[in-house]
Design a protein around this ligand. Structure first.
Ligand SMILES: Nc1ncnc2c1ncn2[C@@H]1O[C@H](COP(=O)(O)OP(=O)(O)OP(=O)(O)O)[C@@H](O)[C@H]1O
Ligand SMILES: [Mg+2]
Length: 234
């Protein structure tokens, strides 16, 4: 089954009466269970593609389907699809509320959805990402970069997404922690049969994680890399 199709996706930003085409007719599809990479230089449009798929930016043209359901430009994603698509952001520090404790950061999305045994689920998620239960009482600034990244991953996983969008999930981390988090993601993916879209500018990370990848240049997919081509990268 196809988890994600992106067909002729374009995103144009307008500021000060100037138009900038950040994404220009990007197309790719990703099978269920696959990890698809998006690579390319800074500013080429990787995060912009993910933000459109996540529904964080609805100002796009083209066609996107997730598990066969079409997203509509100009409309927020609602219902089951909202839960099925989660994103881990490039900078975990800015995506975690600075004045909320970890327990609240992880628990609140569950509460909003009326999940009954929220506290147990939070403890379980912390355990899955290798964090001790005491973390619930801490604030984001009281965690290391790697721990914050784990919290961001735990938050995304708590909603049991089918499609996880990972925007440079380890770029802020040193190499040993990076490998740990990547392996953790792979374990969780297998356990929860998820599909990943992974953005990275690190060819080694993409080679290690991805089944296929698209190389983006100036808003377009310039090349599609298969497993063989990827192994040459790493
Ligand atoms: N809200 C916005 N308004 C105007 N321009 C934007 C906006 N968001 C992104 N851009 C521009 O669109 C282009 C693509 O940005 P994007 O964040 O997708 O790049 P990226 O490939 O993720 O880069 P990086 O590797 O540095 O994270 C950049 O030139 C950026 O300046
Ligand atoms: Mg980016």
């Amino acid at each position: 089954m196809t988890a994600l199709t992106v067909d002729d996706l374009s995103v144009t930003f307008v500021s000060d009466a100037k138009r900038f085409a950040a994404v220009r007719g990007v197309s790719f599809s990703v099978a269920q269970g696959e990890t698809f990479g998006l690579i390319g230089p800074s500013g080429c449009g990787k995060s912009t593609v993910l933000r459109a798929i996540a529904g964080l930016n609805t100002d796009w043209t083209g066609h996107i389907t997730v598990n066969g359901q079409a997203l509509e430009p100009g409309r927020k994603i609602t219902g089951d699809l909202r839960r099925d698509i989660q994103m881990v952001f490039q900078d975990p520090y800015s995506s975690l509320h600075p004045r909320h404790r970890i327990g609240r950061i992880l628990g609140e999305p569950l509460k909003v959805r009326g999940v009954a045994d929220g506290e147990d689920k939070v403890r379980q998620a912390l355990d899955q990402v290798g964090l001790v239960p005491d973390m619930v009482g801490r604030y984001p600034h009281q965690l290391s970069g790697g721990q914050r990244q784990r919290v961001a991953i735990a938050r995304a996983l708590l909603l049991e997404p089918k499609l996880l969008l990972l925007d440079e999930p380890t770029s802020a981390l040193d190499v040993s922690v990076q490998a740990e988090i990547l392996n953790l993601l792979n374990d969780l993916k297998a356990a929860h049969s998820m599909t990943f879209i992974l953005v990275s500018h690190d060819p080694g990370v993409v080679a290690h994680m991805c089944d296929r990848a698209g190389v983006i240049q100036a808003g377009r997919i310039a090349t599609l890399l298969d497993r063989d081509a990827l192994s040459q990268l790493g």
